[in-house]
Ligand binder design. Structure first.
Ligand SMILES: [Zn+2]
Length: 106
């Protein structure tokens, strides 16, 4: 594994940690007991919706990260899923979740 690839792998791993912590926090925030007060309940529901949106977004990103890490493990990370050619490392540094080389992405 090249140094650049190792760096990408490390930053994906770091990002993964951040997202997993965020998702855990969202889950704790949402499972909190609801208030008996109606107006407070409405406020809580709004908070839940915001939390849910953050949670879903984080979950999507986490899925992409896991896929990228899997591709690094199997050695497929630097080959394009479409044409099989190498994806430039510069491109992977900029868009670490991509499966496609610059030609196929366009
Ligand atoms: Zn390609």
């Amino acid at each position: 594994m090249t140094l650049k690839l190792a760096n990408i792998k490390k930053s994906l791993g770091d990002r993964r940690e951040v997202l997993m912590q965020r998702i855990a926090r969202v889950k704790t925030g949402m499972t909190a007991e609801h208030s008996a007060d109606w107006s407070e309940q409405a406020q809580e529901r709004q908070n839940d919706e915001v939390l849910e949106a953050i949670g879903n977004e984080s979950q999507d990103e986490l899925t992409q990260i896991n896929r990228a890490l899997e591709r690094i493990e199997t050695g497929d990370y630097t080959s394009c899923s479409n044409c099989g050619k190498d994806i430039a490392l510069k491109r992977l540094e900029a868009v670490p979740y991509t499966h496609f080389c610059i030609n196929c992405a366009e």
